[in-house]
Design a protein around this ligand. Sequence first.
Ligand code: GAL
Length: 828
Amino acid sequence: MMKFNRLVLLFVLSTFTFSAVSADTESISFNDGWKFSKGKMVNAQKNDFDDSQWQSVTIPHDWSIEGPFDTKYNARNGGLPVFGDGWYRKEFTLPKNTQGKHVSVTFDAAMNNSNVYINGHLVGHRPFGYIAFEYDLTPYLNYDDKPNVIAVSLSPENFSARWYAGAGLYRNSWLDINDDIHVAKWGTFVSTPKVTPTYAQVKLETKINNKGEAASTHVRHVVRNLAGDTVIETPNIIHKLAANSQKIVTQLFDLANPILWDTENPHLYEIETLISTNNVIVDRYKTPLGVRHIEFKANDGFWLNWRRVQIQGVCLHHDNGPLGAVANHRAIERKLQIMKDMGANSIRTSHNPPSPELVKLADEMGILLQVESFDVWEIEKRTVVNGYQKDFAEWHEQDLRDMIRQNRNSPSIIMWSTGNEIMEQGVEDGWKVAKTLTDIAHDEDPTRLVAAGFNNPNGAIKNKLADEVDIVGLNYKPTLYDDIHKAHPNWIKLASETSSVTSTRGKYHFPMEKYSTHDSRYVTSYDIVGPVWAYPPDIEFEFLERNPEVMGEYIWTGFDYLGEPTPYGGKDHSDRGYWNHDWPARSSSFGAVDLVGFPKDRFYLYQSQWTDTPMVHVLPHWNWPTMIGQTIPVFAYTNAEEVELFVNGKSFGRKIKGVDKASLPVSFKRWDGENRPDYKTPYRLRWDVEYQPGELKVVAYKQGKVVSEKVIKTAGEAVQASLSPDRNIIDADGYDLSYVAVEVLDEQGNLVPTAENKIRFFVEGAGEIAAVGNGDSATVEPFKADYRRAFSGKAMLIVKSIKGQSGEIKISAYADGLNITPITISAK
Ligand code: GAL
């Protein structure tokens, strides 16, 4: 949702030069020119406080990602300083013609326990770190050249999350300047009560604030399609507004032959609402509109635009790896693109409200969302002693309402979730809280269903929480689908969290066996190892095929995330939740993709189930100098019918997917009630091969024809590295990013899969280093640095543009013994 202001204001901030605010300007970015300091402060909210020694920052800013990593912090939270006190201050001036207007500030989120002050006055307090909030600053503002000071204090606590939450003003902030009469922030609600292939009825509710005298106002809406053509103009309807009042006006209109919003073609209309008094437009407000028909069937899953769509979903935490919690548009876009490339069509925003950027990108990219509010309700989760339970009683209603109000116009959102694995499943009147939350969600948005993710279905059923949600989410319970469906045929069911298998990119441990932990603190990439509740992706595929009434799954997780280094670190009860027993293991291994976005083998296993474009993948890598003559299991993942394996040119025969099942050394007794110590998966193809250096080649066939091939060769000595940017041109806006992948190669250009060379980076010209990383889950090398070791042959340099500087960005890299050709990208 965007806010438009008709006034041309010259808006001046003391720390940088201002641009004019014209009639077509959106909410004004309030990100620049902040000062930041950690620590408890006295009087830092006051205008005359001396912040000259504070650090200059641009938000979004996450103070904890800069570290340093330290064992005194908690590996469960990434081993980073996610708690403590921090202050932000910003001085700005407003021109005289702002006087008489209404000025508000919005923070898309603040981590957490924020207090916001303007010119020394407290304007609001917000404990929850994932929710956006707006405060009216008007009564306390100075105009002309008299400075205003906005100050924000934050005090995130230790033991407040089960993952890395970050700390600071980690999402965007905005300023809105309005006339007396204007559309309230998040003030529209668009829905489509009727959708057929040839017609849609659109309902738009608009909340209009009048902060002045009684007046009448005209309201009309213009609907434009993606190409910008006007498709509807509603009549200009007059409304009387009482003095100092708020009024909701409702407009219904018909859209003939709507272009539907779909995962393939996410067509978005835009509704512009124009508010005028005395023939002068006083406010413009934009609302996205996606016309789609969604339906959930208790016996046949999810339907989008009258066709069944299997939920091929991923759970994602909010961090962006080396950038920390910073909500960076490009980082999020890239993350979603990588998930789409894997074949994912849906994201569960586990376990908290997402950034506006993620939701908008999902609208634009055709990704279905389950937006989740909480990981905890009233009852504490083990050692998360400072979790949301402390604020639940006072804040759950406002937080949940705000989450829905801020997001409900997005067509990508197909359902809400009120909770993940909440402890109330185990208590007799747990249903009451479930009901309260579902009722709030229905009240705020009668158009969408409400889910919750249950890991204790017996409890959730017995204590009737399952009766109080619209969609019963089952976490890690494929073997119960049949029974639950038989007992509750009318429930709509979702595999809300699945698999939780762990792996480390490029690491393979022999013999291939299931273990709990490995001395290296990494996890074999054969995709067989996980905590006790986990199981390989294959098991879920199998059960979902057998149980089409379950609408699909959200795997844990799409990307690795900071914190929760399972199976390393510890147990929840040890040392009050410190997970530092296997330091420096400090981030998750659950991802199909590593922390910097390099796919692991599991990425291809999902791709083989979730996509149609022919692909084949082979593992492990083929550099095993100490294993010559020994047997190594080789796997192919494909969406084709058959695969033939060649080792050093010799065929090992074709195997047929689904027929030639691959045995995996794991037992899943706990999950299927049958004892299957030698599980045979129909989703992978396996050959046991005597290792000799050389070449592995897989050839995939469909109806006898070659459709895809992959070759990996034993690499020689590392002599060079390549720099491959994902984008050659970036915006010179100070936010945009290019991810430069570094690969260590031998003379012939083969990836050296064991290379760990330390690489130093130089970025000159119109860009700078935003962060570095390599996907290693057990290192305490800093993310803010100009060097990185390669990990399994690869590293990542993230380059950021500099605001207002266009031109070339020269990127060079140096490592002992490696020849690396510099590259140039540009900022425009
Ligand atoms: C689930 C939980 C997730 C994550 C996962 C790890 O039970 O909902 O947040 O902790 O386990 O397997």
